[in-house]
Design a protein around this ligand. Structure first.
Ligand code: CS2
Length: 464
């Protein structure tokens, strides 16, 4: 196959910028950009998308006019589509451009994929907002942009959080307002009155792009694309909140607008993301590299199913949990998508608070053990004891706690998820036993019983 020479480039006019995005990564491109392209009024809605920490993704995308290929990968094969809704790809460090766009009345929506951990980091930018310098956090940049919007009297707009956090709109609102209040009480008041914080549940499995993906597109499509994105055919976006300055008709592409988002968020965060975290930690302990590999291991699969049984008790029947579980097994089993467990394992402290704790607490309130959720935490604990190059907002504290031994170590690590639970010595004991069992399940050891050998012990009973 000869390598094509022509790079992707725009041949028709780009839509005007009316959406500004923070967090230009693969997931943003397979979800918000894809939905915007498929809205009936896509011609009116261009996205200016800003990177987070590094300029690279913007540089690559800008060289091809913001265009990129979405490769939808199913068991049956690949399909290719060029997406053109990103009309400006910008280095996140270019805060001046970001602020200009937020101050423009034509900008109606700001979407965020800034990672779960970033919502709490805005305070680091307070000195910069007060006395100048370089803004480094997404929340700091957002506050600066909203201050400019207020000064220009550019009107209300919607901020749409698309990170895997429960009640993510509120989390965004709290992060922005608490920082804005420190800067200027009038700004906080203006934001409160003019900015709608929309909560969403987002779902589309999108691993990082690899050099093989780039080669595949060059070979199959006849043009050069240095920034394709490979994703599954499945996509889901549930939104709740107001759009005071309008929005694209995302419903044309299947987006769902609801009044109460909580059950949808819980279903997705617990069943999909919770299972992902179990597979990420238990799977790597067992020597697996991808979601599909881990799911094929009876020990990991059983741990997932047990957790799902628990989580399902706290989800409304109308949500069709059995069908959702069956669909997840199919999605996770799509072995043509190499979804790396190492990627999912990152930021465990933030993720487990959302994925394991609510189910564990709900089970304990019902005077049951919550063993399925406890096993997710235990897998994380076991994984931490051998993890190198840990990526977590609390990585330094974790390495200190990791040096302790026995229950002291477990309690210290559990404390990063919940200080209340860390004081429960029976739970700490039980997690210690579970993590020892999991840690013993070395890659070569396939003789271990499927998860559950410690299930018989009702250690947590009667401890709401
Ligand atoms: C994953 C998610 O990396 C992770 O923590 O659980 O990115 C997951 O793939 C997406 O939420 C799927 O929609």
């Amino acid at each position: 196959m000869s390598t094509p020479r022509a790079r992707l480039s725009r041949t028709t006019p780009a839509a005007p910028v009316r959406i500004v995005h923070l967090g230009l990564g693969a997931f943003h491109r397979s979800l918000q950009a894809w939905y915007t392209q498929h809205a009936g009024d896509s011609g009116e809605w261009g996205i200016a998308s800003f990177t987070g920490r590094r300029p690279d993704a913007a540089t690559v995308l800008a060289a091809q006019d913001g265009l990129f290929t979405v490769v939808e990968r199913s068991d049956a094969g690949d399909s290719f589509e060029v997406v053109g809704s990103i009309v400006e790809a910008v280095d996140g460090a270019d805060v001046a451009r970001f602020v200009d766009l937020l101050a423009a009345p034509s900008t109606a929506v700001v979407t965020l994929t800034i990672t779960e951990a970033a919502y709490g980091l805005g305070a680091a930018d307070l000195p910069v907002l007060l006395s100048g310098g370089e803004l480094t956090t997404p929340i700091g940049r957002l506050v600066a942009g909203l201050a400019a919007r207020k000064d220009h009297d550019a009107g209300p707009l919607a901020v749409v959080s698309c990170d895997n956090l429960s009640n993510n709109g509120n989390v965004a609102r709290n992060g922005v307002l608490s920082l804005a209040r420190e800067v200027d009480a009038g700004l906080a008041e203006w934001i409160d009155a003019n900015v709608s914080f929309v909560s969403t549940s987002v779902d589309r499995i999108t691993p990082r792009t690899t050099p093989d993906d780039v080669a595949l597109v060059a070979g199959s499509c006849g043009y050069l694309d240095d920034a394709p994105v490979v994703t599954e055919p499945f996509h889901n976006w549930v939104l709740s909140g107001d759009f005071p300055a309008g929005r694209p008709r995302w419903e044309d592409a299947g987006a769902v607008f609801v009044d109460d988002i909580e059950p949808y968020e819980n279903r997705k965060l617990w069943l999909l993301n919770g299972a992902h975290s179990i597979l990420a930690y238990a799977g790597q302990l067992r020597g697996h590299a991808t979601v599909a590999e881990a799911l094929a291991d009876p020990l990991c699969r059983d741990a997932v199913e047990k957790f799902w049984d628990e989580a399902a008790r706290h989800l409304p029947d109308e949500l069709g949990v059995p069908e959702y579980r069956a669909a997840l097994l199919e999605r996770f089993g799509n072995s043509r998508i190499a979804h790396h467990l190492a990627q999912i394992a990152m930021d465990g402290t933030t993720k487990l608070r959302m994925r394991a704790l609510p189910v564990l607490m709900a089970e304990r309130m019902a005077r049951r053990s919550g063993n399925g959720a406890a096993r997710m935490i235990a897998a994380w604990l076991a994984y931490l004891s051998s993890a190198t190059d840990l990526q977590d907002p609390l990585a330094e504290d974790i390495s200190v706690a990791n040096a302790f031994e026995g229950n002291e170590r477990i309690a210290a690590l559990l404390g990063f998820l919940s200080s209340d639970l860390a004081r429960d010595t029976r739970l700490v004991n039980h997690l210690n036993a579970l993590q020892t069992e999991l840690a013993a399940a070395s890659p070569a050891d396939s003789t271990l019983e499927p998860a559950g050998s410690l299930d018989a012990e009702p250690v947590l009973k009667g401890q709401p």
